[in-house]
Design a binder for this molecule. Structure first.
Ligand code: ZN
Length: 252
């Protein structure tokens, strides 16, 4: 057997390149085999010991972050410096979003790190809607809202991610972007789950749930990344995005 490295062409690739693969049944079969092998490897990576350890580590971080925020909240410094408490709490959202997406993609390449940083940014920036709803840059006003701000509506988050997925399909954007709705969902869901442990989930138009049990918040946050990765594999989003970015090794 002779090994070589070939860029896997996605369905959205140019017709010129695709036709060369279709015309050659050996190449077509090789690409199909490589695609199946890559899917199997990706699935094994999702449930590898490293991935499961990272999920357990994420659960531990959630608890440590909440203990740190609670300690600062009840300290003299924390009572005096509202911004410090808010910054620490928001940083925890960002790290959890980063960590969760890092588990989904595996952090093997620079582009994986960039995606994880984007997820952390999304998870962190969701809280900017507090200032939008308050109509002020005052932190006191932002934290004293009579109702939850719009980006904290969980049904809106799910509907937005679905709409983003449909828009991207309609516009036939590159496969490399197919993971974006999933990224936004994971980042947003980790934020909502953490807030939900304190205030419940806002499921408009159904209303609010009671505060989530703490074990449920931590368990859901740690379980979401591998579950999301599995769903992405099943729908082909993970493989398409990875193949579009990095190509697939073919050994025939
Ligand atoms: Zn929030």
């Amino acid at each position: 057997m002779q090994g070589f490295y070939s860029k896997l062409e996605s369905p959205s690739s140019s017709p010129t390149h695709s036709s060369s693969l279709v015309a050659d049944p050996v190449s077509k079969e090789g690409v199909a085999l490589a695609e199946e092998a890559e899917k199997a490897r990706a699935l094994l990576r999702t449930f590898s010991s490293a991935s499961l350890a990272a999920s357990a580590g994420l659960a531990v971080f959630c608890v440590v972050a909440d203990v740190a925020v609670a300690s600062l909240t009840h300290s003299v410094a924390g009572r005096q410096h509202l911004w410090a408490r808010a910054a620490l709490d928001n940083a925890a959202h960002g790290v959890i979003g980063f960590w969760a997406w890092a588990i989904v993609v595996g952090l093997r390449r620079r582009s994986d790190l960039q995606e994880a940083l984007l997820a952390g940014g999304v998870a962190s920036m969701l809280d900017l809607d507090h200032f939008y709803a308050a109509g002020s840059l005052s932190l006191q006003a932002a934290l004293s809202l009579p109702r939850r701000p719009p980006l904290h509506c969980s049904t809106l988050l799910a509907a937005s991610c679905l709409a983003l997925r449909l828009i991207m399909a309609a516009l036939r954007l590159k496969d490399a972007w197919r993971a974006l709705p999933w990224l936004v969902f994971v980042a947003g869901a980790t934020h909502h789950a953490r807030d939900g442990a304190r205030r419940g989930l806002w499921l408009w138009p159904l209303g609010h749930t009671p505060p989530l049990p703490y074990w449920l918040y931590v368990g859901a946050t740690a379980t979401l990344p591998p579950l999301c990765a599995l769903l992405m594999h099943l729908t082909g989003a993970q493989h398409a995005a990875r193949a579009a970015r990095h190509g697939v090794a073919i050994d025939v």
